[in-house]
Design a protein around this ligand. Structure first.
Ligand code: 5GP
Ligand code: ZN
Length: 110
């Protein structure tokens, strides 16, 4: 499969990994938009949030609950989460992921 995140999960492409368990991996974004910017990614290849249903309820909850845990470990007092969904939603990598970013200064509203 020609999916960059699946290749990172498989270890075929290097990444700056900050967390891994049997279901999830988290690594720093290669083009950070804040001093701290990482991605929480399920190991299962799911293209985007619109491809999820009740079967992914626990997985999505786990991804979201991991955000404050890793943010704290990364030294963030506050952070923003973002899930870009579909081309019109700004999604570029079609493997579900949650962006977590912050640090340095208060993030602008827009
Ligand atoms: P999207 O726009 O799909 O929500 O975000 C994809 C993110 O993945 C972008 O912020 C981009 O910088 C990041 N990204 C793309 N390719 C790679 C890569 O090979 N390694 C890492 N660590 N991040 C990547
Ligand atoms: Zn994938």
């Amino acid at each position: 499969m020609n999916c960059i995140f699946c290749k990172i999960i498989a270890g075929d492409i290097p990444s700056s990994k900050i967390y891994e368990d049997d279901e999830l991996i988290a690594f720093n974004d290669i083009r950070p938009i804040a001093p701290v910017h990482f991605l929480i990614v399920p190991k299962q290849h799911i293209e985007s949030l619109v491809d999820c249903d009740a079967g992914q309820q626990a997985l999505l909850g786990k991804m979201l609950l991991l955000a404050p845990e890793l943010a704290r470990q990364q030294g963030l007092n506050g952070f923003r989460t973002m899930i870009n969904t579909g081309r019109e939603g700004g999604q570029e990598v079609f493997h579900l992921h949650v962006h977590v970013f912050g640090g340095g200064q208060t993030l602008p509203k827009t």
